[in-house]
Design a protein around this ligand. Structure first.
Ligand code: HEC
Ligand code: HEC
Length: 229
């Protein structure tokens, strides 16, 4: 049995030890914040992107760092998942990316606003979140089923999720680049493959991005874009 004074000493010493541990850990956590929050990369463009995010209440549908609503995809790692070219095309015209089944709001963002948003997503994508969001990540939304019976129905998934943001087939899709209905006659398989692997090499200054497609994906696309019959 502890005497009354021993119990008091035990209480005071215990409280002191654990308070010190608590303070030390708090200081350590706070000292790590600048490194983990990727603070150094927070440029004015990142801040402007964050303002656009707040002003438009994107959180009413999306989550960032797990905060927000669960209607639309979690966006903390969207930059790595999708890449800047895809995001630019998507934010400019979500409808082009998911024809006939648009759920994402078509904001009329200027190019500058889109660039700012992408900077913001790039920054937040580099915040050290201890591995959040955990694998398996939210699957990217399935591309909309194209309107029945069209050529698009048989398109490779790369076409539906990427090319379709900027190009159209049979009038369905984006308007950033030309329609791709009539490539046969103007392209053979070799030239088309070359174009897809490095558009700049074929046409310097072109606005068609280098999408870093693998040879297998290019082969599939070329086969579909240039059907033999
Ligand atoms: C009304 C709900 C809603 C709001 C508000 C909204 N989004 Fe979305 N967003 C969606 C949905 C739903 C998708 C999934 C694709 C689709 O169905 O169009 C999406 C997809 C996205 C994607 C692509 C994610 C991926 O990995 O495919 C990005 C980037 C995005 N939204 C950014 C934004 C930004 C930035 C804002 C605010 C300026 C915003 N969204 C506001 C509903 C919304
Ligand atoms: C971010 C938008 C964007 C995306 C994504 C995109 N393209 Fe393009 N593409 C363009 C633009 C813009 C042009 C016109 C380039 C020019 O004429 O300088 C173009 C041109 C082309 C052309 C030449 C068309 C012609 O009439 O000569 C082909 C073929 C093509 N793209 C195929 C594809 C394929 C296949 C994909 C998907 C792997 C794709 N593109 C993804 C923007 C895009």
């Amino acid at each position: 049995m502890l005497s009354k004074s021993q119990a008091k000493l035990f209480f005071l010493a215990g409280t002191a030890v654990f308070s010190m541990a608590f303070l030390a850990l708090t200081v350590d956590s706070l000292a790590q914040v600048p490194g983990r929050s990727n603070e150094a990369a927070m440029t004015p463009a990142v801040v402007r992107g964050k303002m656009i995010w707040d002003r438009n209440n994107c959180m009413g549908c999306h989550t960032l760092l797990g905060e927000g609503a669960y209607y639309a995809p979690e966006l903390t790692r969207v930059y790595t998942r999708r890449g800047p070219e895809w995001m630019r095309a998507f934010l400019k015209d979500p409808n082009g990316m998911f024809p006939g089944e648009r759920r994402m709001v078509a904001y009329k963002f200027s190019d500058q606003e889109i660039a700012d948003l992408i900077e913001f997503f790039q920054w937040i994508g580099n915040v050290d979140t201890n591995g959040f969001p955990f694998k398996p990540d939210l699957a990217p939304p399935a591309p909309a089923a194209p309107v029945g019976g069209s050529r698009l129905a048989s398109a490779p998934s790369t076409y539906k999720t990427l090319c379709n943001a900027c190009h159209s087939i049979e009038g369905q899709g984006g308007k950033v680049g030309p329609a791709l209905d009539d490539l046969r006659g103007r392209y053979d398989a070799v030239t088309l493959d070359k174009w897809l692997s490095d558009p700049q090499a074929v046409k310097p200054g072109t606005a068609m991005p280098n999408l870093k497609l693998s040879p297998e994906v290019r082969k599939e696309l070329v086969g579909w874009l240039l059907p033999t019959k």
